[in-house]
Structures are given as structure tokens and as C-alpha cells.
Design a protein. Structure first.
Length: 159
């Protein structure tokens, strides 16, 4: 009888080995690459089309690294910059003084502007990134500052 138990033990050992190899092979097959895999969140290009620069009491703007921002030409221009809707705008403090900037959306038919962004207190070197998703004029200005020092960005419909 001792021999019979030894054979049964070897058979159980061989069965366990075969089952382990089968499970490992099934696991490796399930870990293969999926060519159809897509990200669950849409990818967004945060490279700015326009950079609004705050520098010790002045607000200016310059084209960003992503193409699409245009400076309108001519004496009757209504905006400093034109960008398509969905554009990313970077606002950065290049000066040595802290700053607080607000952006307001101008209503199409006139009237009071609605707040779009209040940066709060920004320190030198701080950067704020926003996306302008709706067509229409947006004014960037210092909080409690004169309107003539503001920079106006008009967001145009890209469709």
C-alpha cells in the first residue's frame, strides 16, 4: 500500500503542476495589448494660443506657441487679439509685484459684464491657464483698475 500512496501523491503533484501552467498561460493571454484602447478622458492640448502677461502694473498679450491667435490690424479694430473658441490662454505674472487680475465676458448686446475669472492674489512667477470656450469678447483687467488699461480678447466661433 505504501507504493500506491506514493503514486497518488505524484499524480496529485503532476495535476497541480499542469493546473498552474494552464492558469499562467491563461493569465498571460489576457494581459496582451489592446490595439483598440482609448483613454477614458478626452486628451486636451494645454499649449496656449495666447499668453497674457502681467508686468508691474501693465497687462499685455503675445501669441503663444500654439498657432491661431491673431492681432487685428487697422484703426477700427475692436479687439487686441482674436482667438478661436476653445483656445487655451495662459496668464502669467512676469513682474516683481503681486497682482490680481479679473476676466469678464462682455455681453453681446451691451450691458454689464459677467465675471469669468478672478485670479486672487498672484505672486511673481505664478501662471494661470484658462480655456475660452464661448464666442464673444473677454476683457482682462486688474481688479479695481481703470478700463483703459485692460486688454480685450475676442473669442470667435470656429465652427
Amino acid at each position: 500500500m505504501a507504493r500506491r500512496r506514493a503514486r497518488a501523491g505524484r499524480g496529485a503533484w503532476a495535476g497541480a503542476l499542469v493546473a498552474s501552467v494552464a492558469l499562467a498561460a491563461a493569465g498571460l493571454t489576457g494581459c496582451g495589448s489592446d490595439d483598440d484602447a482609448r483613454p477614458s478622458v478626452p486628451s486636451v492640448d494645454f499649449e496656449p494660443r495666447l499668453v497674457v502677461v502681467v508686468d508691474d502694473g501693465e497687462i499685455s498679450a503675445e501669441a503663444g506657441p500654439r498657432p491661431g491667435a491673431e492681432m487685428p490690424h487697422g484703426p477700427d479694430r475692436a479687439a487686441d487679439w482674436l482667438v478661436p473658441d476653445g483656445s487655451v490662454v495662459e496668464l502669467r505674472v512676469d513682474g516683481e509685484e503681486p497682482a490680481r487680475v479679473v476676466a469678464e465676458r462682455e455681453p453681446a448686446g451691451g450691458g454689464e459684464a459677467s465675471p469669468l475669472l478672478d485670479t486672487g492674489a498672484l505672486e511673481p512667477g505664478d501662471v494661470v491657464t484658462i480655456a475660452l470656450t464661448e464666442p464673444g469678447p473677454v476683457t482682462f483687467r486688474f481688479l479695481d483698475d481703470e478700463p483703459d488699461r485692460a486688454r480685450l480678447v475676442v473669442v470667435v466661433d470656429s465652427g
